[in-house]
Design a protein around this ligand. Structure first.
Ligand code: TA6
Length: 300
């Protein structure tokens, strides 16, 4: 590791172009960097493993545009903005393009660090006036825990769709598999939303863009090239997206280089089923994910 981990948790603030700030949280167990815009986790490098998240070198942080990689937050809608939202409303919601505030740094246990960010109410655009409190908590241990809380302060129910749009770094996506989705139904966004069923593990040999429904359970990403298995445990998430743009779409994105698609795989946890999640007045919806990693031994 170029920059060795400290003996004690520490937090540094690095100014970025466009007045943005990168928060670098280091502990003896790993390092996480977070952009204040979107409270977007950019990198997570555990003590004994290469970076677990993919971050495109061709997508530097810019005001109002989330970098391609890390864990962008899709909220309060997933995918394209649908009427009655204005056509100018951004894909995947506005939360990832707004400046969040770092509200709390705590050390819940030795060698552990926790940070909590809040989206200021003023950051909510006029076309989405609903009084809601949105916060993101990040806990760094051997694993990385991410919790997105949506507290409905309105006196009416609200319905949202949401995702932690996580880009994982893989050795070669063509040799990577996703386990835990076998037998589940999915919406294939590349086949006009045609419903289908997953047969066996998910393998990637072309563009893939699927919303797997009723998938609250733990998933595993097997990466034989990096000799690593990534585990995704979650709660408050009913659906999972698996996405890789492959060659053509990867080039068309313009910020993934020519071969970036080979080193990334999005396995997104959230509630992307178009029906969404309904939150009653005064209630809080909790989306929680724990990412961890373990060696992938040959044959297992
Ligand atoms: O989650 C998959 C997806 O909805 C794809 O359809 C593609 O649009 C991807 O998100 C990237 O979205 P972004 O707005 O970050 O470029």
């Amino acid at each position: 590791m170029s920059n060795p981990l400290p003996d004690f948790p520490s937090v540094e603030f690095a100014p970025m172009d466009g007045g943005l700030t990168k928060i670098i949280a280091s502990t003896p167990l790993g390092r996480v960097s977070i952009l204040d815009q979107g409270a977007q986790i950019l990198e997570w490098t555990p003590r004994d493993s290469p970076s677990v998240l993919y971050l495109s070198p061709d997508s530097p942080p810019r005001p109002g545009k989330s970098p391609r990689g890390g864990i962008p937050i899709c909220w309060p809608w997933f995918g394209a903005a649908m009427p009655p939202l204005p056509q100018t409303a951004p894909a995947h919601g506005f939360a990832r393009n707004q400046l969040w505030r770092l509200r709390e740094i705590s050390y819940p246990a030795s060698r552990t660090l926790s940070l909590r960010f809040e989206l200021p109410a003023a950051a909510q655009p006029d076309y989405w006036p609903t009084p809601v409190r949105l916060s993101l908590s990040i806990q760094i241990r051997e694993s990385l825990e991410v919790e997105l809380l949506t507290h409905n302060e309105a006196d009416l129910s609200i319905t949202i769709t949401e995702a932690l749009h996580t880009y994982f770094r893989v050795g070669d996506v063509r040799k990577t598999t996703v386990e835990g989705l076998q037998g589940t139904r999915f919406i294939d966004k590349l086949q006009d939303g045609t419903p289908a069923q997953q047969d066996g593990s998910v393998t990637i040999d072309r563009e893939i863009d699927r919303i797997y429904l009723n998938t609250p359970h733990t998933l595993r990403i097997n990466d034989p090239l990096l000799g690593r298995r990534i585990l995704i445990e979650k709660s408050g998430s009913h659906s999972t997206v698996v996405w890789n743009p492959w060659i053509e779409k990867g080039l068309a994105l313009g910020d993934l280089g020519t071969e970036g698609y080979l080193q990334m795989l999005c396995v997104e946890s959230g509630n992307m089923d178009p029906a969404g999640i309904e939150i009653a007045p005064g209630d809080t919806h909790r989306l929680w994910v724990r990412y961890s990693h373990e060696p992938l031994l040959r044959g297992n």
